[in-house]
Design a protein around this ligand. Structure first.
Ligand code: NI
Length: 254
């Protein structure tokens, strides 16, 4: 397949230490035209920028993931703000709220999320939002700041999806849509306007069926595209072209 744009990856993860460079170098031949690598703290955001400098098809998102929110301090915010001016930084992310693993207090998570939303609005940059079991608080803050951006690995209802679309935001679907017990992601794949859909891996996590449980990588987006294309009764290649264009439009990539 061609025109695979992976809108959400973590190639700085240690699971890629063994073959990161050979794997990344092989991806264009496998049809990958773009990757947005998401930072989760200062070190991984910086690593994303370094990767983006090395590989023309890699772009970076910089920010603090809610699970790293306790490590966030005002100096971290200064670091991220500086990184946003890098020519290959295309988004503020991965940011948001994680209430499934709630070892970081909710008020700390919300504080750190809001600090990033302020930056996104200040620099008119899209956000890449993580929302796990935190739908109400996530929507409240998105309605307050009205950033452009994407809800990645979308797990909410179709009703919430309509609100997300009303805000002008995009929805990212990945491996979960292929899982046997998938309900909500499939319903969302059925209803979402195709010009608001992004595809993603969240690799090394969330590998789609039939690779579930293995280390994920951008090539496996082909399985996600096949599943959603079947649901929408279109050709997988057409879905890949449309979603690659969506990703470029949202993140201002030529
Ligand atoms: Ni992620």
């Amino acid at each position: 397949m061609n025109n695979i744009f992976d809108s959400h990856a973590h190639y700085n993860d240690e699971q890629f230490d063994i073959d990161r460079d050979s794997l990344l170098a092989s991806l264009p031949e496998a049809g990958i035209v773009g990757i947005i690598n998401c930072g989760t703290d200062t070190a991984s955001s910086f690593a994303s920028l370094e990767m983006a400098e090395k590989y023309p098809f890699v772009y970076a998102a910089c920010g603090y993931h809610p699970e790293s929110a306790l490590e966030f301090y005002e100096a971290g915010l200064v670091d991220i703000e500086k990184m946003l001016s890098h020519p290959k930084c295309v988004a503020v992310g991965e940011i948001g709220l994680e209430y499934h693993y709630d070892f970081v207090p909710k008020d700390v998570q919300k504080y750190v999320f809001e600090k990033h939303l302020e930056l996104a609005v200040k620099y008119n940059m899209p956000v890449i939002v993580h929302d796990r079991e935190a739908h109400a608080d996530t929507m409240d803050l998105l309605k307050k700041y009205k950033p452009k951006g994407v809800l990645h690995c979308y797990s909410g209802s179709t009703e919430m999806a309509k609100e997300v679309l009303k805000l002008g935001m995009y929805i990212g679907l990945g491996g979960a849509v292929t899982f046997k017990n998938a309900v909500k992601p499939v319903e969302v794949a059925e209803m979402i306007p195709l010009d608001r859909l992004l595809l993603e891996t969240d690799c090394p996590y969330m590998a789609p069926v039939p690779m579930r449980g293995k280390r994920n990588n951008s090539e496996y987006i082909s399985y996600i595209a096949e599943k959603i294309a079947m649901i929408r009764e279109i050709e997988p290649d057409d879905l890949l072209s449309i979603t690659a264009e969506n990703t470029k439009r949202l993140f201002g990539i030529k």
